[in-house]
Ligand binder design. Structure first.
Ligand code: GDP
Ligand code: IMO
Ligand code: MG
Length: 421
């Protein structure tokens, strides 16, 4: 296998970081292609925790080159802090194993402020991470974004920042009455950060193009999940990038090649952070128990993650919309000793039976229909997958028409089992 994508198959936090880290040793490159530091990817190696927001989850494997592609929105301050924290922990990080596209759009303090103001004082609350993701992608689309390469020239930076602030300061002054940094302060800060980032910056498209033509192996690491995709997700309660497989083609490039495997990462139940519809959400004590046992608190904002049952209409949809070739089912251990489990097999909506979701279906109006399945006290029995867990896996495979290629049963790197090669 030369190329593989790791795609979140729900609303994020499925365990992508752990699975990416596991596979990284088999690849020459691990590439982030969208999103920014709204992501929080957690990896445990021998009990030691690392949370990555911006740096690809291949970084703990020194042989593998981590790449931040041009589709990522880059907060240079967060980048520096994250690299320094990794180095402090003894992780090998240099421009030999970390390259950032100089074509990335940069998140400035104005983007962060606008994001936070809108979500707290605006007319529609999305429950964003407040990291400036949406406003930065907006400026990219409006063709006035600041690219990483712009940080290397003070004059260019000042001209572009001044243009960028012109409209935003109307909002800061008139609509939100909030203080914001002066152009000179912002230029100084970004220019200094640019000096630091220069050593890591490069032409990642050509790097990957050449690597692929030399038969190097490339792993693409998605952030968020398909249901948060700007086009395929539960709009408007989504993030501002294409988190589905399509984001790879625009956000990093896969020149002249196809993806050999698209592995969807799927929790054995469902979680969601922030606002938006969630058909199988649990509002009872069981939901709290799963949330507590699964440590369902955001890796980026610390917010509580909402919890619900596994949702097959959404899995079938995500499989189709991102061309998943298989799934990795994570957090099975969390369901141990939770009693009988429920699985949503289909929805009822306007008198119709819906077996597969679709873009624009108003998930706040569907009625989830469940079937009850046997719970389990242990994932493994006598070293083998217990019969109840096996029947849970068989049910998912049959109902969604997809192979469960691997399972995870704990946060540590080693706590996973490949079922099918
Ligand atoms: P990501 O954003 O998809 O990388 O996922 P997060 O790191 O935000 O959230 C997943 C959480 O579950 C992290 O705390 C992981 O350490 C943890 N985790 C991953 N896989 C498993 C698993 O199989 N069992 C348990 N109990 N925890 C897991
Ligand atoms: P990882 O990669 C879970 C959610 C936010 C909010 C919505 C929009 O760790 O799975 P944004 O700040 O992106 O404009 O927020 O998207 N969100 C995530 N939820 N996991 C993530 O990333 C997320 N990144 C953004 O909570 O609902
Ligand atoms: Mg996360």
């Amino acid at each position: 296998m030369q190329t593989m994508a790791i795609i979140g198959a729900q609303w994020g936090d499925e365990g992508k970081g752990k699975i990416t880290d596991y596979f990284a040793k088999q690849f020459d490159y691990v590439v982030r292609f969208q999103g920014g530091n709204n992501a929080g990817h957690t990896i445990y190696v021998e009990g030691k925790k690392t949370v990555l927001h911006l740096i690809p989850s291949g970084i703990l494997n020194p042989e593998c080159v981590s790449v931040i592609g041009h589709g990522v929105v880059l907060d240079p301050e967060v980048f520096k802090v994250e690299v320094e924290a990794l180095i402090d922990k003894g992780v090998q990080v240099s421009n030999k194993n970390l390259i950032v596209s100089q074509h990335c759009n940069v998140i400035t303090s104005y983007h962060k402020l606008l994001d936070q103001m809108r979500d707290s004082k605006g007319s529609q609350k999305i429950g964003t991470t407040g990291k400036g993701i949406g406003p930065t992608y907006e400026d990219r689309c409006a063709r006035k974004g600041i690219k990483l390469i712009d940080l290397f020239n003070k004059e260019t930076l000042k001209t572009k920042l001044t243009r960028l602030l012109k409209e935003k300061e109307v909002l800061f002054k008139e609509l939100y009455s909030v203080k914001y940094s002066s152009i000179d302060e912002e230029v100084e800060k970004l220019f200094e950060l640019g000096k630091y980032l220069f050593q890591f910056s490069g032409d990642t498209f050509s790097e990957l193009d050449q690597a692929l033509s030399k038969n190097k192996k490339v792993l693409y690491e998605g952030a968020q999940g398909v249901l948060l995709d700007l086009d395929y997700g539960t709009y408007p309660f989504v993030t501002s990038s294409n988190t589905s497989v399509g984001g790879i083609y625009t956000g990093a490039g896969i020149p002249g090649h196809h993806l050999d495997e698209v592995l969807g990462i799927f929790k054995a139940y469902t979680t969601r952070v922030g606002e938006g519809p969630f058909p199988t959400e649990l509002h009872d004590q069981l939901g709290v128990d799963i949330q507590t046992k699964g440590h369902e608190f955001g890796a980026t904002t610390g917010r509580t993650r909402r919890v619900g049952w596994l949702d097959l209409p959404l899995l079938r949809y995500v499989k189709r919309s991102s061309n998943l070739t298989a799934i990795a089912l994570t957090k099975l251990d969390v369901l141990e000793e939770m009693g009988a489990l429920k699985v949503c097999t289909h929805y009822e909506f306007e008198g119709k039976k819906i077996e597969i979701s679709y873009p624009g279906l108003d998930l706040s109006k569907v009625k989830p229909v469940y079937k009850e399945v046997s719970g389990f006290t242990t994932v493994f029995k006598d070293g083998e997958i217990s019969p109840e867990v096996q029947s849970y896996l068989d049910m998912i495979e049959n109902e969604a028409g997809i192979t469960v290629k691997m399972i995870a049963y704990g946060p540590n790197r080693s706590e996973l089992k490949i079922l099918k090669h």
